[in-house]
Unconditional design. Structure first.
Length: 95
């Protein structure tokens, strides 16, 4: 499992192994550890990757996050494998 830190700024990249460059909708669905769900508009990375650049407030809760790429290609909804990422507090905040 991948690990990131709370408030870490990074580019989340999800490989779909499918050419999604023609998708009319490209999104990354997420579920935070507290159960909150949401959607980010994804950017295209190459032809098979969905990406999203986080800000300092994006990854704001410690715990296991779930991510799922969703696209619409030629009017067909397609969901990809769920990816889990652990978000941890920076080491200097551990007690």
């Amino acid at each position: 499992m991948n690990t990131l830190r709370v408030a870490q700024v990074c580019v989340l990249t999800f490989e779909t192994s499918t050419n999604i460059s023609s998708a009319s909708t490209k999104e990354i669905n997420y579920r935070k550890p507290d159960g909150t769900v949401g959607t980010w508009t994804a950017s295209l990375g190459g032809t098979t990757q969905a990406t999203y650049t986080t800000t300092g407030s994006t990854l704001n809760i410690v715990g296991k996050w779930a991510f799922e790429v969703y696209v619409v290609i030629s009017g067909v909804d397609k969901y990809f494998d769920i990816t889990y990422i652990d978000v941890i507090a920076p080491l200097d905040t551990w007690t």
